[in-house]
Design a protein. Structure first.
Length: 511
């Protein structure tokens, strides 16, 4: 079997698998279904807690062990890793969550082989760039980027395994993989202390190598080997999703960075410090938010198999529940900070100016929670154009109002501006979700009508000639753009000698 054939066969298996699993989900008792969903969300929270707490603990440990200059170099390397992670998720794992959640294991394995291969290649590319940056710089920055460049392929592969397991609904495997990274990292840091190799190069290298160990454990858990030769097919067949998700992720992170840069330029580093300290106070809720976000898209894809109406209710429930949790955390902070928590968490009386920023930050976080519900729905629909449009518009509003607020009232003004901007963005996201659901329902009705017409044509009287039909157009060889159970060919299986036919469902998915 050729490499292309190996990937192509994922399409009919995914199609049949989604239909079978959807039927099973509809037949499950509601109590059992709720327990299964709750279990998957619990694993998402646990996995994100391990990941976030490990990163925070390592950053604090290295900050105490190193001087300001070396820790600054470590921070630059970590920011570069975060950017590479954003690019890798957009091209490799975000399309996987949309197209290959709730499918049979065989179809999932073939798609994951190509997706993790794509993440590895992204690591090779960004790792090479990191090595080039290291070669062009000097001092501690050079050492940090060289260590990062050597380990980026394994780091991005490890993250791809996390998302792959959540797409399958096996969050426990993602938790176990992150736990392996955390435990080996602890052993590595202790070894550095014992051997007196406490420099930025060895810290970054140890952090990266232990992440690579998690990347190597992933194939043993999944019984899947990343296929580097499947990268071109994966990028080509998810071209309606991957590039747009990459732009979404970049716009989201870029708008936040622009806000901080402008605030520092206009009002100085003190205001930046206050805003960052306020963000740290929101950190525990942010762990919950990110943990739930790991699961919302796969669950939304499963919910869509039941009906579009179920998806809409699911998105409202996710957004409302997260908003309520954010409000609860904000109320807790407002009560606890003046009663000793502020002095405990922040040095001296720094908590007092930060305390005034908390209400606006909570409102902004609630807006982000509302957006998360709509985002899950648009991702499940595969409406990448609509989600990209929402992200670009909301990011532009975010930057403009944050800059205006910073110019008028420093840290307090920029947090108020971002709170207003986030809720304006939420309106945009939910409007696009409404349009996306409408398109999906209309396309489903058109497919049903076409099937009825086709069925009537097969049973015409012998003396009547059937109308001329247009031959179906074959898709390029590769993974089906949508593995959903929508066409008779994909449901019954595609012969090896024939290329799979693109289901008509791709029309609403790409709008």
């Amino acid at each position: 079997m050729t490499g292309a054939d190996h990937v192509v066969t994922a399409a009919p298996q995914a199609a049949a698998g989604r239909g079978v699993l959807a039927a099973r989900a509809r037949s499950l008792p509601i109590g059992r279904l709720i327990r299964q969903v709750a279990q998957r969300f619990t694993w998402g929270l646990a996995d994100q807690a391990v990941s976030s707490l490990t990163n925070a603990a390592v950053s604090l440990y290295i900050a105490r062990a190193l001087g300001a200059a070396q820790f600054g170099a470590f921070s630059l390397a970590y920011v570069t890793y975060s950017f590479a992670l954003t690019a890798s998720r957009g091209l490799a794992t975000d399309p996987l969550l949309v197209r290959y959640s709730s499918v049979e294991v065989k179809a999932w394995k073939r798609a994951v082989a190509a997706s993790t291969g794509t993440a590895t290649v992204m690591g090779l590319i960004t790792g090479t760039v990191s090595l080039m940056i290291g070669a062009a710089t000097s001092g501690t920055t050079r050492l940090a980027f060289i260590a990062l460049g050597l380990t980026l392929p394994g780091l991005l592969l490890q993250d791809a395994w996390r998302y792959s397991f959540f797409a399958l609904g096996k969050g426990g495997r993602a938790f176990a993989n992150d736990a392996v990274w955390a435990l080996t990292l602890l052993v590595g840091l202790l070894a550095l202390k014992v051997t007196h190799h406490q420099t930025v190069f060895w810290y970054v290298l140890t952090w990266g190598v232990t992440g690579c160990i998690g990347g190597l454990v992933g194939p043993l858990q999944a019984k899947v080997t990343p296929r580097l030769i499947g990268v071109a097919e994966w990028v080509h067949i998810t071209r309606d999703l991957g590039p747009r998700y990459l732009m979404e992720n970049t716009a989201n992170s870029g708008s936040a960075q622009l806000r901080i840069y402008f605030l520092g330029f206009v009002t100085g580093l003190t205001a930046v410090g206050y805003v960052q300290e306020g963000s740290l106070l929101m950190g525990p809720f942010f762990v919950i938010f990110m943990g739930i976000s790991l699961v919302t898209v796969p669950e939304a894809a499963r919910t869509l198999k039941r009906s579009p109406a179920h998806l809409k209710r699911y998105c409202v429930l996710v957004g409302a529940a997260l908003c309520l949790l954010a409000l609860s955390w904000g109320v807790l902070l407002m009560i606890a900070l003046p009663h000793g928590l502020g002095s405990l968490l922040l040095k001296g009386n720094n908590w007092q100016p930060v305390y005034g920023l908390v209400p606006a930050m909570v409102i902004s976080m609630m807006g982000a929670c509302a957006i998360a519900g709509a985002t899950a729905g648009l991702r499940a629909l595969g409406a990448a154009k609509r989600s990209l449009r929402s992200m670009l518009v909301s990011s532009a509003i975010y930057v403009v109002l944050a800059v205006i607020g910073a110019s008028l009232d420093g840290a307090r003004g920029t947090t108020a501006g971002t709170a207003v901007a986030t809720w304006l963005g939420a309106v945009m996201w939910w409007w696009q979700l409404r349009l996306g659901l409408r398109d999906y329902v209309e396309a489903a009705a058109q497919r049903a009508s076409a099937r009825r017409v086709s069925g009537n044509g097969r049973h015409r009287a012998p003396g009547l000639r059937p109308p001329a039909a247009t031959a179906p157009q074959a898709a390029p060889r590769g993974i089906s753009r949508d593995p959903g159970p929508l066409s008779p060919v994909s449901m019954n299986g595609t012969p090896r000698s024939a290329a799979p036919v693109h289901p008509s469902r791709t029309t609403p998915r790409s709008d």
